[in-house]
Design a protein around this ligand. Structure first.
Ligand SMILES: [Zn+2]
Length: 502
């Protein structure tokens, strides 16, 4: 028994000891974090008197930018502003919008206390009294102000932003008054500071777009720096064709207005100015061309997506060679069908599509060096795909697969004789291998076909590759004729080029 007791006691003390260590560890971590934050935030070292003088001059002067008369709102519920009564319900409503853990003012009164004790009635009485007599109690006039450093020279007070925290009681009353006073005002549509309205709508739509973009990136597992223009480009041009709320909000509205115009109902015409609404919608869309009121939302969406594709192709690094995707649109079908790709291959292909695959020369992909992991060259995507010795076998395999696919499709036409990988000796004595020699016996003609897969770089690339191949085959003319015992006048051999497909 004694042994068990001592063991229990020991255990207990160990537990306490463990908790102490944990608490100490926590303290150290919190201390470190605080130190980090403190080192980042700068404290204003200017004397208090100069700070006081500066803000006194700035805010202590009467506002001259006022009108003689202010028009009152026609829809106001309050007939006489002198009889405003602040009810406990008003206070409770204002309290709802304030967080429980909001910072207290100098008096130390916390929001949690007001909400838990439901002090709405007494606060409503204080507020009504303040309003009637135009008096603010001294305790509600005191505030805590801190200066937060913005940018530039720290010795100039203009570069500091003052943040003032009043008592929570005052903040609640201000909120109630704000709600009450707004009902007396007819604000100009351009006055949008600290107000909800059209600006919020734009912000709301852009927030939705942000959410959609990050969700799409997370679902298909592509890097966060994938260009937005690629997400919105049409799928037939290898974009992802993602929904954009900022376009759709206006496109759908435009569609509705056009339908209503088409119906030609006198009641609708009397209540709404549809042509105006259509014009407004078109103005809100980032369209660079002039368009009539009758343009369909489908056409507009198509134009917007194509514009997005052009923006993508203009990007310096992520738009490299993108312009080629519009040359042969059938080659882009994999982006929507995923045909022939596994999920990971499809994701990798999308990354290569906009040059965000983790090769070392891309900014942010590696910290130590930009050199290739397998050789001494710079690790760019063209290097990995076309040059690095490490991927040579894969490259040969890719070449052979493409070659047999092309051969099979040419052989479907019975009049062609197709020879693959023909060994040649050129007229200057060097040996070469032509990918295809295709002979049409009936017409007594033949061609050398040499497909090349290159990484897309610039628009003149196909012509350049074509010239390169033509130069090679203009001297190896004789050879293939000898090897395959064909007729002596095969005609003109041409080095052909094809725009790379994938
Ligand atoms: Zn390499």
């Amino acid at each position: 028994m004694i042994l068990r007791d001592t063991l229990l006691e020991q255990n207990h003390s160990y537990e306490q000891y463990g908790m102490k260590i944990n608490a100490n560890k926590k303290k150290i971590v919190v201390g470190r974090k605080l130190k980090k934050i403190m080192s980042r935030t700068q404290q204003c070292k200017l004397p208090v008197s100069s700070v006081y003088e500066y803000y006194n001059n700035l805010y202590g002067v009467a506002n001259n930018y006022t009108l003689d008369n202010y028009q009152s709102s026609s829809v106001s519920n309050y007939s006489d502003p002198d009889n405003i009564i602040i009810t406990p319900e008003d206070i409770a409503f204002a309290c709802k919008g304030i967080k429980v853990d909001t910072a207290p003012g100098e008096d130390g009164v916390r929001m949690k206390v007001i909400k838990e004790l439901r002090l709405y009635k007494s606060l409503s009485l204080i507020a009504t009294y303040m309003l009637r007599w135009g008096h603010v109690p001294p305790c509600l006039r005191r505030a805590r102000t801190i200066l937060i450093y913005k940018d530039g020279n720290p010795d100039i007070l203009k570069n500091w932003r003052p943040i003032t925290i009043y008592s929570v009681l005052r903040r609640i009353i201000e909120r109630v008054l704000d709600i009450k006073l707004r009902s007396y005002l007819d604000l100009n549509l351009n006055q949008r500071g600290f107000m909800s309205g059209p600006d919020l709508k734009v912000k709301f739509l852009s927030d939705i777009d942000k959410l959609i973009r990050s969700a799409v990136k997370e679902i298909i597992n592509i890097p966060t720096d994938t260009p937005d223009a690629m997400l919105y480009a049409p799928r037939r041009l290898r974009g992802l064709g993602v929904f954009k709320a900022q376009w759709e909000a206006y496109l759908q509205h435009l569609n509705i207005c056009q339908r209503l115009l088409h119906v030609d109902n006198p009641h609708v015409a009397a209540t709404r100015n549809l042509p105006n609404e259509i014009e407004h919608c078109i103005k809100q869309l980032p369209i660079t061309f002039d368009c009539s009121e009758r343009i369909s939302s489908q056409k507009l969406r198509k134009a917007l997506r194509e514009d997005s594709f052009h923006q993508w192709s203009k990007l310096k690094s992520k738009g490299l060679g993108v312009v080629f995707y519009s040359h042969w649109k059938k080659g882009n079908s994999w982006i929507s069908t995923k045909k022939g790709h596994s999920s990971s291959q499809w994701t990798q292909a999308i990354k290569m599509n906009c040059n965000t695959i983790p090769v070392r020369t891309l900014p942010g992909r590696t910290l130590d060096s930009t050199h290739c992991r397998r050789c001494d060259e710079q690790e760019t995507l063209p290097h990995v795909l076309d040059f690095c010795h490490h991927g040579e076998l894969l490259r040969i395999n890719r070449h052979n697969t493409v070659r047999s696919l092309i051969a099979a499709s040419i052989r479907q036409n019975a009049s062609y004789e197709v020879y693959e990988e023909v060994g040649c000796v050129s007229s200057d004595g060097s040996t070469r291998r032509a990918d295809f020699i295709i002979i049409d016996r009936q017409k007594d003609k033949g061609v050398i076909l040499d497909p090349a897969i290159r990484f897309e770089m610039h628009e003149q690339q196909p012509q350049e590759v074509c010239c390169e191949k033509q130069v090679i085959y203009s001297i190896s003319l004789v050879v293939s004729i000898l090897e395959h015992n064909t007729t002596s006048h095969i005609g003109k051999f041409l080095g052909l080029c094809s725009v790379p497909v994938a």
